[in-house]
Design a protein around this ligand. Sequence first.
Ligand SMILES: NC(=O)C1=CN([C@@H]2O[C@H](COP(=O)(O)OP(=O)(O)OC[C@H]3O[C@@H](n4cnc5c(N)ncnc54)[C@H](O)[C@@H]3O)[C@@H](O)[C@H]2O)[C@H](O)CC1
Ligand SMILES: [K+]
Length: 516
Amino acid sequence: MRAATAREMREIDRIAINEYGIPGAVLMENAGGAVVRYLESIINPLADQRFCIFAGKGNNGGDGYVIARHLANQGAKVKVFLLGEKAAITGDARINLDILDKMNMDVIEVVSERDWDKVRVAATFADCLIDALLGTGFRGDVTGDMARMIDLIHAAGKLVVAVDIPSGVNADTGKICGKAVRASHTVTLGLPKPGLFLYPGADYTGELTVADIGIPTAIVAGQKIKQNILMAAAVRAILPQRSPDAHKGMNGRVALVAGSRGLSGAAAMAAAAALRAGAGLVTLAVPAEIQDILAVKLTEVMTRALAETASGTISQKALGEIASLTKDSDVLAIGPGLGRHEDTVAAVREIVKTAECPLVIDADALYALANYTGILTECAALPVLTPHPGEMGLLTGLSAEEVNGDRVQIARQAAGEWGSIVVLKGAHTVVAFPDGEVYINTTGNAGMATGGTGDALTGIIAAFVGQGMSSHDAAVAGVYIHGLAGDIAAQAGMVGMAATDLIKAMPAALYGMKNY
Ligand SMILES: NC(=O)C1=CN([C@@H]2O[C@H](COP(=O)(O)OP(=O)(O)OC[C@H]3O[C@@H](n4cnc5c(N)ncnc54)[C@H](O)[C@@H]3O)[C@@H](O)[C@H]2O)[C@H](O)CC1
Ligand SMILES: [K+]
């Protein structure tokens, strides 16, 4: 499902109005009507229910006036509070404000302290509060009276339904700009916005519904919108179909170069995840001194010993062995637990440049690419990088919080510069492609914030490439299924789940995707 930035949504509205001739007031009527239909689905009957509608000065507020009219017509008790003066209201919002006046509906301008008292009392006795303060026209930060109004909405402790976007949430990034409405439900209009799926904004959105407001689909198609919300249907369509007469040679030969002294677990989890994601044959190449450990940990996975440094990390002397391994493999995942020894780092750079099969590059292999991202364009196939925000910061020179401040744009820019697929892990994971397309994942939970889940994702994506998926599809499906497995594992307890629980849940996640 496409997700429009605020600017893209405003452009779509503009085209609908100015080029297709759909009056803005019709779009607004459709918007308000859609919100009321949603309200009916959660509060039934609407009659006699008490609603407080908080309207801003723009068209988001205009939606609020339409909502007020429809609610009143259904017998609900409605109070409308305008944060501003009626004289400042123009356009479609003004049309609907005037209709309320003609209906003798009370629209209270919140300007004096007495008005604030009225707001407080009304919110206290209301059954549901409607946030029609700010939508795609929101700029800057929430301060002053807008912040005061949001505090008051929260203080009432009532059901809150946000119109289009919870006011104060940045529609594009999900950032909270000063203060934002914590909605129980959000009815977003026309298309979803990325910020409703990106934290912390996703946390303020509540139950999300996308409302059709009658915008011709051709307008959306013509906008070349490049943000996508990753949903089950899209993933189900690309997962590999296993033929009934399959044999292990048909389901992918996955190679992994991973692990080092004290970091055998990362290698084990990546390899186990590849297996549990359906790979036919998995070979794990590790520094010689930990081969026995891995051989004991992993029954189905074949292990290989690699030449190592005195520190127990792979050395450049292993390059020949690794080259022959990649020749016989469909994909190579490299990085989990590799360590950052200079000899290892040099080996990783050589492997990235010369490997003859598609690469999934993670963890310490990403560390080796810091200041060397230029070599990614030499890869034989489109590589998949799976950085967490810290590793992304290492590769871009940004801090982790700067990365998280604009996850979509930063991942998109890196993918374009590096000619690679960038899987920027986190809540929610973002998958960015060199052509600018970005997918925002919708599965996963906070229980996955535990060591090893990143290693598992590497193994899963590698397994999907090994089973014949394009790197594009393997990255998208891998991220979704990884999160789904995490959601399944969390059913036995979100806090305290371990990465190995997620890995064990992989077959159930795959089964579920194909069977409902
Ligand atoms: N015809 C259409 O475009 C439709 C739009 N819909 C709804 O309208 C809003 C977008 O409306 P717009 O007037 O562009 O902006 P907003 O109402 O979101 O807010 C602008 C309003 O708020 C003030 N403002 C901006 N930033 C701040 C701030 N930081 N603090 C305080 N005030 C702020 C600004 O000055 C303006 O006065 C869209 O989301 C939909 O809800 C219809 O649904 C469909 C047709
Ligand atoms: K809003």
